[in-house]
Ligand binder design. Structure first.
Ligand code: DX5
Ligand code: ZN
Length: 226
């Protein structure tokens, strides 16, 4: 049985009502969110456009929670400074399309921020092995990035297990986070496979039971106490 204290939720504001963003983030904080997940999309690396540093700047005074910035953009190095200045606490950068991932990670660390790497469903686990020692977090995409509200891809469970094994062997203490399609009926399997940090957008901000109720349900489902 997984201890509920070990389950961390990272509400993704992509699914929030942007007219009420501050209020909704405050409610998520009060309900026990561990961090706020911010999805940045450029219409190039992924086929959708979302938000930039201005939104991070507006959110910074609203919450004490870490602002975790998931960069789904073609040239992450170019924008790290702007996001850091705006108030991002952590950066998660994609393995795909980055010929100099190590340099990107070092740049994040030089800014004094937490560094994480993320990979898409079809990218093999080996792609992160060499960078693992340098990061605090590995994010496994459980959908193809670009949109909220997609269905959890079941074959990623095997990948989560492999990443868990790798982290336990090479970098204990590194966060194992999952992103995409996390809902009450999928979170349990992802937790059993070894994930402990869960990004959830639609399941939190679009839930009929409201943000607080939805977060409580997710924790219960993750620990098998549903
Ligand atoms: C997808 C994003 C996710 C997204 C998750 O590209 O990285 O963080 O917001 O949304 P849900 O939880 O609705 O699948
Ligand atoms: Zn994300």
């Amino acid at each position: 049985m997984i201890d509920p204290k070990d389950i961390k939720l990272a509400p993704s504001i992509l699914a929030a009502d942007f007219a009420k963003l501050g209020e909704q983030v405050k409610e998520a904080e009060k309900a026990g969110a561990d961090r706020i997940h911010i999805d940045v999309m450029d219409g190039h690396f992924v086929p959708n456009i979302s938000i930039g540093p201005l939104v991070v700047r507006s959110l910074r005074p609203v919450t004490k929670l870490p602002l975790e910035t998931h960069l789904m953009i073609s040239d992450p190095d170019k924008y790290l400074d702007d996001f850091a200045k705006a108030g991002s606490d952590a950066f998660i950068v994609h393995v795909e399309g980055n010929a100099h991932l190590h340099r990107t990670v070092q740049k994040i660390k030089a800014l004094g921020k937490r560094a994480g790497v993320v990979f898409n469903p079809a990218t093999p686990v080996g792609a992160i092995e060499e960078i693992l020692q340098d990061v605090e977090l590995v994010l496994v995409m459980t959908v193809n990035p670009g949109f909220g509200g997609q269905q959890f891809i079941q074959s990623t469970l095997q990948k989560i297990r492999k990443v868990r094994e790798l982290i336990d062997r090479l970098r204990p203490g590194c966060d194992l986070e999952v992103d995409g399609g996390i809902e009450p009926h999928t979170i349990g399997a992802a937790a059993a496979a070894g994930a402990r940090v869960f990004v959830a957008g639609s399941a939190i901000f679009c839930a009929k039971e409201g943000i607080t109720g939805a977060m409580q349900n997710l924790v219960k489902s993750a620990t098998g106490k549903a």
